[in-house]
Design a protein around this ligand. Structure first.
Ligand SMILES: [Zn+2]
Ligand SMILES: [Zn+2]
Length: 141
């Protein structure tokens, strides 16, 4: 994949670029991610907030509550509803980009599964990949 990578929402109102090489995907199987994505799990890429820049539009923010009780911000396109990224209120310097919003996510691989306690039985998980029943330890910025 080339750097910077580009992506955006379904309708095209939101466009962004990622100015850094991307790490492995973290697949989140929590119930809130399922609801927010409309899918069996959410596929997230941890990024520094400074590495994501918007070239069109501004995502709308929904304030969700994380398992910790802290606010978790979920950003999406107000026109078409596509999920773009989410961010812990306690860690504004980092965010997780929704891998499906990238124009080309084909070069990425899943490096970790989290909240597997609530994973759906029909969601395939490679047993060779790290599995965490609940959240992972906080990432280092
Ligand atoms: Zn849109
Ligand atoms: Zn989740």
């Amino acid at each position: 994949m080339s750097t910077p990578s580009t992506g955006g929402c379904l309708c095209g109102a939101i466009r962004y670029q990622v100015g850094a090489p991307m790490k492995n995907i973290i697949a989140c199987h929590c119930a809130n991610c399922r609801k927010a994505s409309g899918a069996g799990a959410s596929h997230n890429i941890l990024l520094k907030t400074a590495d994501l820049s918007f070239t069109a539009g501004t995502p709308k923010r929904y304030v969700d509550t994380a398992d910790s009780g802290n606010a978790l911000y979920r950003f999406f396109c107000a026109d078409c509803g596509s999920s773009i990224y989410s961010q812990r209120s306690t860690m504004p310097e980092m965010l997780v980009l929704k891998a499906g919003s990238l124009d080309d996510a084909s070069g990425l691989t899943i490096g970790m599964h989290i909240w597997t306690d609530s994973a759906l039985p029909w969601m395939h998980r490679d047993p060779a990949v790290d599995q965490h029943p609940k959240n992972r330890p906080p990432p280092k910025a």
